[in-house]
Design a binder for this molecule. Structure first.
Ligand code: G3H
Ligand code: 13P
Ligand code: ZN
Length: 284
């Protein structure tokens, strides 16, 4: 199948009460693992690449790998830019064939965030490329965006309403207590705030920093309006832990395929589990 716009996947998820997983990919094995898991679960899937992933693998490789994987798949696959903070980079991704981009203006003053988001929408909308915006600061380390935990501020529901009115954005990432990376303690999500935001804006809402959030909290967020759940850190953990296990058990192994292959298989299992938690299995 050709790549599909993220909005198509999120509108269906919103209507039917589940969330689509958005999984970060940095290399071929992770791309393959994400699509294999989605096929096995018969689930729609969003593959996302950060600016850092693009710097590492190259834009053409990322677009090429995901396009090839999607073409061979029987489930809908979207390719999304994660945390695009650089307008030029966002445009390059659209030109390269991404079906969706995130314009992350969360570090900007509100009116500048609105103006930049509108600039991206003006280009993306006529060619049916989806756009995700961010309002509020999600704690932790984002790609090229280092937000100290203490500076992280939650999304204001009325500001979210204003932002949607001024942009017509169709999906919004919000800050309600999740953070990127590994949590030190258990994250406490502000469900009341999420409910207020959803009642005011009615569009699919995106949860970032979802690795390490207990399954029950993720499922409660989905009931309250989360339609896209971003997972990166859990993939890194599973992939690298499996590589380390193989390397320590087979100290003389020199074939990368024998090290990366099991890491890929472990990633498939992780992603399948996530899809079941998000309720997207059999929703392709
Ligand atoms: O939200 C950020 C993602 O985890 C991407 O991280 O910039 O290190 O690729 P990265
Ligand atoms: P985690 O790394 O915490 O899973 O967050 C992923 C994310 O939000 C990507 O945008
Ligand atoms: Zn994020």
């Amino acid at each position: 199948m050709a790549l599909v716009p993220v909005n198509d996947l999120l509108f269906k998820a919103d209507k039917e009460g589940y969330a689509v997983g958005a999984f970060n990919a940095n290399n071929m094995e992770i791309v393959q693992a994400i699509v294999e898991a989605a096929e096995q679960e018969n689930s729609p899937v969003i593959m996302q690449a950060s600016q850092g992933a693009i710097k590492y693998a190259g834009l053409e490789y990322i677009t090429g790998m995901v396009t090839i994987a999607a073409k061979a798949a029987n489930i809908p696959v979207a390719l999304h830019l994660d945390h695009g903070t650089d307008f030029e980079q966002v445009i390059k991704c659209i030109r390269s064939g991404f079906s969706s981009v995130m314009y992350d203006g969360s570090k900007l003053p509100l009116e500048e965030n609105i103006a930049m988001t509108n600039k991206v929408l003006e280009i993306a909308r006529p060619i049916n490329v989806s756009v995700e915006a961010e309002l509020g600061k999600i704690g932790g380390t984002e790609d090229d965006v280092h937000v100290a935990d203490k500076d992280a501020t939650f999304t204001d529901p009325n500001e979210a309403k204003y932002f949607v009115e001024k942009t017509g954005i169709e999906s919004l990432a919000i800050a309600i207590g999740t953070a990127h990376g590994q949590y030190k303690g258990e994250p406490k999500l502000d469900f009341e705030r999420l409910e207020k935001i959803k009642n005011l804006i009615k569009i699919p809402i995106v949860l970032h920093g979802s690795s390490g959030v207990p399954d029950e909290a993720i499922q409660k967020s989905i009931k309250l309006g989360i339609c896209k759940v971003n997972i990166d850190t859990n993939i890194r953990e599973v992939f690298v832990n499996e590589m380390k296990k193989v390397v320590s058990e087979k100290t003389s192994e020199i074939d990368p395929r024998k090290i990366l292959g099991p890491a890929k298989e472990a990633t498939v299992e992780l992603i399948r589990e996530k899809m079941r938690v998000f309720g997207s299995s059999n929703k392709a």
